[in-house]
Structures are given as C-alpha cells and as structure tokens.
Ligand binder design. Sequence first.
Ligand code: FES
Length: 267
Amino acid sequence: MSTTGVSLKTSGFGQTRRRDAWWVQQLVTLGVFSAFVVYSTWAAFQGEFYAWGPYLSPFYSPELFGSSSHALFGPRPEWWPAMLPFSPAFLILWAPAGFRITCYYYRGAYYKAFWADPPSCSVSEPRKKYRGEQSFPLILQNIHRYFLYAVFIIWIFLAHDAWKALWFTDAATGDTTFGIGIGTLVLTLNVILLGGYQFGCHSLRHLIGGNLDLLSKAPVRHAGYNCVSCLNRGHMNWAWLSLIWVAFADVYVRLVAMGVWTDWRIL
Ligand code: FES
C-alpha cells in the first residue's frame, strides 16, 4: 500500500475557516449565565422580601426555616452558627444550582463560553491536551443524576406554591378566597418551564429508558420515554427560558414585597 506523508499543522487559538459569527452565541451564553449567577447569589444573600401574601420566591422554596408564613419548620434554627449569615435560600439553592451546572447541555455551552474548550466547533482552542470528564475535577459532573432527584422534590414544592398562589387572605377579615394575580401566573409559568427543562433531562431519558448507557442498543419506546425524548429535543430552549423566568419570578415577588410593584388581580 502506498503512503503519502502529510504534515499536520496546528493552528493558533481562535483560528478557523468558519465565516459565520460563531462567537456571538458564546458571548450571549457568557453574558446571560454570568448575569444569572450574580443575581441569584445576590438574591440568596438578601434573606428578606422573598415572600408576599400567597407568593413565595422560587429561590426560597421550599422555605425550611425562615421568617415568612411559608416556613415549614419555623424561624432561623438555633443550630445555625451565629457568626454566619443566614438565608432560607442557602438551605435549598445548592440543588438547582448544582443541577444547572452539571446539566449536559449547559456543560457544552459554558465549556465553550467560559474557558474556550473549544471556543466553538472547528475553532482551535488555547490548549493542546484534552483531559475530558474522566478525570478530576470534571468527573464530578457525573453527579448530575443525584441533583435530578433533588430538583424533582423541589419542583413538587414549587407546584404546590403555584397552587397556594391562588388563595388570597384578606388582611382585615382573615377570610381566604380564590383569586388570580399576575404573581399567580408568574409562579405557574415558572413551574411549567422548570418542568419542561427537568423532564427533558438526558439523565432522566437514560433512567426511564432502562438505565442503559447506550440507548441505541436496546431502544425502549414507551409513552414516558417518548415524552421525555420529545422535551429533550428542545432542551436548550427549555434551559434558557426556565433560567430567565425563574430569576424573573424572584424579581417579581421581591419588587411586590418591597412595594415597588403592585400585584394586579385578574380575578
Ligand atoms: Fe440538562 Fe439533565 S441534561 S437537565
């Protein structure tokens, strides 16, 4: 067999033959994701203005301990170290945060946007060695499945919050009546978008498909699997919509609780 010697040239960082604006997507990812991390961290540290009437911010739900009427087990616990700041969000926000960070879709997006690994498809990267997710620290991304279990429990609480957001108590008489406010719609849409995101998770698809590494080898085709697969096809859109909306839901409850916005009642 005849052979031809071809020398392979490695290009410098960012070099590509692509002519499209491949960097725009990375820039948007960097901006939106960074803004979300900064805002959610700030909101978690506030520890106030996270509830108003029947509304509870999704960043604080379930409120295990806290000062609002939504708290399940009463006020700040005695065992919480006095020298540390306390916020009900600290007790639960680790689960959705860990879930997003380890999400297969987000991994692909922020590896490109945050540390250019690679900057985009067919664009050369700044390092020569590929370490992948089979070694520390990125091997820890495999705990995604366990975050999935935790966020499903939280999602049930969020659905219950949306239900509670339909019942308004009159401060003067103490009577509780059915109603729909803009906040009810905001919290309900939040549950729908988070559901669309979580129920389209790749890990859930594997779990529901028989817990196989290679689904193509023994494809399972039942209604639940098809449903998860269907949501999975739009996973990127669900991921971004639910991210933006969950932050907006916190902004909404916060500004209403602060008296900056008025919660308009539709019913
Ligand atoms: Fe994105 Fe699981 S892969 S949520």
